[in-house]
Ligand binder design. Structure first.
Ligand code: ZN
Length: 199
């Protein structure tokens, strides 16, 4: 995962949770001059501050939104066609865009990555990944049919029963956490909203 403000992201899907790197901004997005990290007046932490025009560039966590799409007893997973974690399986998820709600973003990512038609259900997990400066939110969702049309970021989209989940080939810890809790709740016969901090 690259920090907020990077100009070129490799894709819209969930990126590798690499170490979050503060002091990642080098140049001012307003005028292109070098920035320096300093604590502005009336602030309490270092910010990237332009040495020429004085613009302060704030860096804050990014939201990743996705779904747990279900068809009967099965859950939809997507096999990644992009780095990082090429070839591993993920729930459909990606970075929230400006101008959309978390729910809209989750539906959009599900369409983009799997070509799946869903009826969105309740929020299911809210996972803090402080290490990379991200919050991941997954909604439960009901597939309207079992036909998929994966986008370019996905090698294959397919349904898995719980016993078939490739636990050793799951791309991201937040996806694994969400799947574990989903099957636990389903066994209990009651779905809640789960929050956790993922190291
Ligand atoms: Zn500037």
């Amino acid at each position: 995962m690259m920090p907020r403000g990077h100009a070129r992201r490799s894709g819209r899907t969930l990126n590798l949770p690499a170490m979050f790197t503060p002091r990642s901004i080098k140049h001012c997005r307003a005028c292109g001059s070098p920035v320096r990290y300093a604590v502005p007046a009336d602030d309490n932490r270092e910010r990237a501050t332009c040495t020429a025009c004085g613009t302060i560039h704030y860096e804050n966590p990014l939201n990743v939104v996705g779904t747990v799409p279900v068809w009967g007893e099965q859950v939809l997973l997507c096999r990644r066609n992009i780095e990082p974690r090429y070839g591993l399986w993920t729930l459909p998820a990606g970075f929230m865009e400006l101008g959309e709600t978390t729910a809209q973003g989750a539906v959009r990512e599900t369409i983009e990555e799997a070509g799946a038609r869903i009826e969105l259900q309740e929020l299911f997990t809210v996972l803090n990944v402080v290490r990379v400066g991200q919050v991941h939110l997954f909604y439960r969702a009901r597939l309207q049919d079992p036909h998929f049309d994966p986008g370019p970021e996905t090698i294959e989209a397919r349904l898995f029963a719980e016993a078939e989940i490739p636990w050793e080939e799951i791309a991201f810890r937040t996806v694994k956490e969400t799947l574990v809790r989903f099957f636990d709740d389903r066994r209990r016969g009651q779905f809640g909203v789960h929050t956790a901090d993922i190291g």
